[in-house]
Design a protein around this ligand. Structure first.
Ligand code: IPE
Ligand code: IPE
Ligand code: MG
Length: 226
């Protein structure tokens, strides 16, 4: 019996190193990374088993980067969320976000809200961008909502009040060779299978994704049982 793959999550890492190794500026790596987002989203939309694709785009810690890089990332994200509307319509992709959007610019927030509205009825795949996202931050905000609602602090209530009800991750992939979570989906990764590849995000291909999924399918998931 092979494992079902409903929720795939990816830490898209290595854009900066990809660019540096080519003698380019880091932002060129982020530009190239946008193309990978398109490829991988398209692939997932064409594979009905996958219901949710969560992509780590900007962490609560990424504000530490030089202002110029942060500004450029925000510009690229704005452009992506706008231009992807075509792909979202063509492939039935619903656009969602997790993370605290409040510190983002009004322009970016408006584009995000508009794209969410336009794609609300699409039901093939949810593409969830983690933006100004931190796993700890999300858990804290969820617990706060549970308290505000006067509910009991338990796993079900905390899960329900996370940023989105997309649920547990089945497979989490991180590119670029780093083997850490960097504050990504701490709650939802509890029983996820993890895969790490040395490939930098701009070079990450559909063929490699397929091969990682194939390996995931063969693994034995035990969830604490025997
Ligand atoms: C991932 O690539 C993209 C973001 C974190 C926004 P990096 O920019 O972290 O690339 P490296 O890790 O420096 O190579
Ligand atoms: C994690 O990558 C965040 C994103 C991919 C958006 P980082 O490159 O920021 O993580 P660290 O600093 O290497 O842990
Ligand atoms: Mg990195």
């Amino acid at each position: 019996m092979s494992n079902p793959l409903r929720h795939l999550a990816i830490i898209m890492d290595g854009n900066g190193r990809w660019a540096k190794e080519r003698g380019l500026r880091r932002i060129k790596g982020h530009e190239a990374g946008v193309e990978t987002i398109r490829r991988i989203t398209r692939y997932c939309a064409e594979h009905p088993e996958i219901e949710t694709l969560t992509l780590y785009a900007f962490s609560t810690e990424n504000w530490k980067r030089p202002k110029m890089e942060v500004d450029y990332l925000m510009y690229l994200l704005e452009r992506l969320v706008h231009t992807e509307r075509k792909l979202y319509a063509e492939k039935g992709v619903r656009f969602e976000t997790i993370g605290d959007l409040s510190p983002l610019s009004k322009k970016l927030r408006n584009t995000i809200e508009e794209t969410k509205r336009i794609t609300r009825s699409h039901d093939r795949l949810s593409q969830v961008l983690a933006l100004n996202y931190g796993g700890r931050d999300e858990i804290v905000r969820s617990v706060r909502r549970v308290l505000e609602a006067g509910e009991e602090i338990n796993e079900a209530n905390i899960t329900r009040r996370l940023d989105t009800p997309f649920g547990d991750v089945d497979l989490m992939i991180r590119t670029s060779g780093e083997q850490r979570l960097s504050n990504f989906l701490l709650w939802q990764l509890s029983y996820a299978e993890l895969a790490f590849t040395p490939t930098y995000w701009p070079d990450f291909s559909v063929e490699e994704l397929e091969s990682l999924i194939e390996q995931y399918k063969q693994r034995q998931r035990k969830f604490g049982g025997i």
